[in-house]
Design a protein around this ligand. Structure first.
Ligand SMILES: NS(=O)(=O)NCC1=CS(=O)(=O)c2ccccc21
Ligand SMILES: [Zn+2]
Length: 240
């Protein structure tokens, strides 16, 4: 076996090998979160999260992610408070994961990658009429990032609220989508503590396919964007 940790970079999806996939943005995501780049902001409120499983529509394979869609025609499921100036409605959640437990998350903490990362995507229903408009508008989206780590315990059913860690400490920073259109419209809210998922849950993600029916089978793994530079940004923490 090669000496030292197996690097995650050589596992990156072809989507990210194309130079067009790194447009000259000023606030790209994901980033490596480092204690020394972040500052505690006592003005940050707790994030208020209220999800109603009844607004869950369907689960599907987008060809790059496993995604769960929600009915965002009402404000049944959404978030407010924290760094947000308006309430945001839940539109979908999805996961990013690796081929092995050593990597898979999009964000890293002090260069540590988790096996997977959950993203709950919300849009600003006060400022915008719909999700599509919000996705490319200023203060359009708020994405909650939750790290997944391997353990004996199994993930609860896909009720979004049980997908959040009990400890609600988070980091927040201005960033972008990590999938095309890579819009720089996202307020990222990353929980400090991971949730625990059973090994067979991670294994189940890795049985999904990038390839369509009739195509040569290609396992859906390593569907994460490589780390991007912090540039001139500050990461704020809700905790000391
Ligand atoms: N990882 S991420 O959360 O930055 N982006 C996921 C995503 C996949 S998408 O193309 O459905 C889409 C449309 C609009 C907003 C987000 C997305
Ligand atoms: Zn994502």
């Amino acid at each position: 076996a090669p000496c030292g940790p197996r690097r995650r970079n050589n596992a990156v999806h072809p989507l990210w090998k194309d130079p067009a996939s790194s447009p000259g943005g000023t606030r790209p995501s994901p980033i490596n979160i480092r204690w020394r780049d972040s500052v505690y902001d006592p003005r940050l409120q707790p994030l208020s999260v209220s999800y109603d499983a009844a607004s869950c529509l369907h689960v599907w394979n987008t060809g790059y992610l496993l995604q769960v869609e929600f009915d965002d025609s009402t404000d049944w499921s959404g978030i407010s408070g924290g760094p947000l100036e308006n309430p945001y409605r839940l539109k979908q959640f999805h996961f990013h994961w690796g081929a092995v437990d050593e990597w898979g998350s999009e964000h890293t903490v002090e260069d540590h990658a988790y096996p997977a990362e959950l993203h709950l995507v919300h849009w600003n229903a006060v400022k915008y009429q719909n999700y599509r408009e919000a996705a490319t508008g200023e203060h359009g989206l708020a994405v909650i990032g939750v790290f997944l780590k391997d353990s004996r315990a199994a993930l609860g059913p896909f009720q979004p609220s049980c997908l959040l860690p009990t400890c609600r400490d988070y980091w927040t920073y201005p960033g972008s989508l990590t999938t095309p259109p890579l819009s720089e419209s996202v307020t990222w809210i990353i929980y400090k503590k991971p949730i625990e998922v059973a090994q067979d849950q991670l294994a189940a993600f890795r049985t999904l396919l990038f390839s369509a029916l009739g195509e040569k089978e290609e396992a859906m793994v390593n569907n994460y964007r490589p780390l991007q530079p912090l540039m001139k940004r500050k990461v704020r923490s809700s905790f000391q």
